[in-house]
Design a protein around this ligand. Structure first.
Ligand SMILES: Nc1ncnc2c1ncn2[C@@H]1O[C@H](COP(=O)(O)OP(=O)(O)OP(=O)(O)O)[C@@H](O)[C@H]1O
Length: 259
């Protein structure tokens, strides 16, 4: 789905923000080998919000890790904004990751000794780029934390910490934001707020987001849900509702049989 603001340049609209082609990832060898991903292909449209769901062990985290270049697939390709990162060395992938991918984790992963402002600016600092303090202030305002700019994570609530993490994920204007269970550690009010922020990132800032979640309510914030079962894409749902997603999750085995 394309953002309603329609401000993305045509060239960017034409190519996926993230594409994985025939991705395969196996852990271990011989009889103990586990096939975490088996021939997974996905193309994520710029300016869209995609949820990835599936049972425990279905390959969701492995998919995000491969998409981010944290892990190398055994087979297949990973392209971010048209750049094929599959064969790059670790240093090149790490640099690219810092600049072009925004991460949001279930456990926030903020630096405990840095203020909210410093945490938001950290990806730029690590990339050796100047931190634009007006941009950091604007992002903290967007996530509703303008008055907590100097706070350390320890004095922020879980919801506030995750909102700092959302601002941090946006600072480099990444090609794609990858969120692994971003609401998993939050109560429903804070979860709702974080989902609203992710939605706004897509609708108002033309960002692209891919979120792994177990929660049908969270998945319903996305434009599309992709279902994984046993390391394979087992179906997708556009314009999901929480009830429809929950219904589909209850029948995933049938989807695999049908696919
Ligand atoms: N480093 C690893 N070494 C061995 N096996 C692994 C490793 N990482 C993942 N696996 C296996 O690969 C499969 C997919 O794991 P993955 O973590 O991607 O699933 P998931 O859908 O994210 O699960 P969950 O919802 O429980 O987080 C599982 O069978 C898992 O045990």
């Amino acid at each position: 789905m394309i953002s309603t603001s329609g401000t993305l340049p045509l060239a960017e609209l034409a190519r996926p923000a993230l594409e994985v082609r025939a991705l395969t990832r196996t852990y271990g060898l011989g009889t103990g080998a586990v096939r975490a991903l088996a021939n997974v292909s996905l193309a994520i449209t710029p300016g869209s919000f995609t949820a990835v769901m599936g049972p425990s062990g279905s390959g969701k985290s492995t998919l995000l890790s491969c998409a981010a270049g944290l892990e190398r697939p055994d087979g297949g390709r990973v392209l971010i904004a048209g750049e094929d990162i599959t064969d790059w060395g670790e240093d090149q992938r790490a640099r690219f990751r810092r600049e072009r991918i925004g991460f949001i984790y279930q456990g926030f992963h903020l630096m405990p000794y840095l203020t909210a402002t410093q945490n938001v600016g950290l990806p730029l600092t690590l990339a050796g780029r100047r931190v634009d303090h007006d941009q950091v202030r604007a992002l903290l305002t967007r996530v509703g934390l303008a008055d907590r700019a100097r706070a350390l994570p320890a004095v922020l609530s879980g919801g506030q910490r995750q909102r700092v993490a959302v601002a941090r994920a946006l600072i480099t204007e990444p090609a794609v934001i990858l969120a692994d269970e971003p609401t998993g550690a939050l109560d429903s009010v804070n979860a709702h707020e974080v989902l609203r922020l992710l939605r706004d990132c897509v609708d108002e800032l033309d960002r692209t987001a891919v979120m792994v979640t177990h929660d049908p309510v969270a998945a319903a914030a996305a434009d599309r849900v992709v279902f994984l079962v046993d390391g394979q894409v087992a179906g997708a749902m556009d314009r999901p509702t929480a009830d429809a997603v929950a219904g589909q999750m209850a029948h995933l085995d049938e989807l695999v049989v049908a696919s």
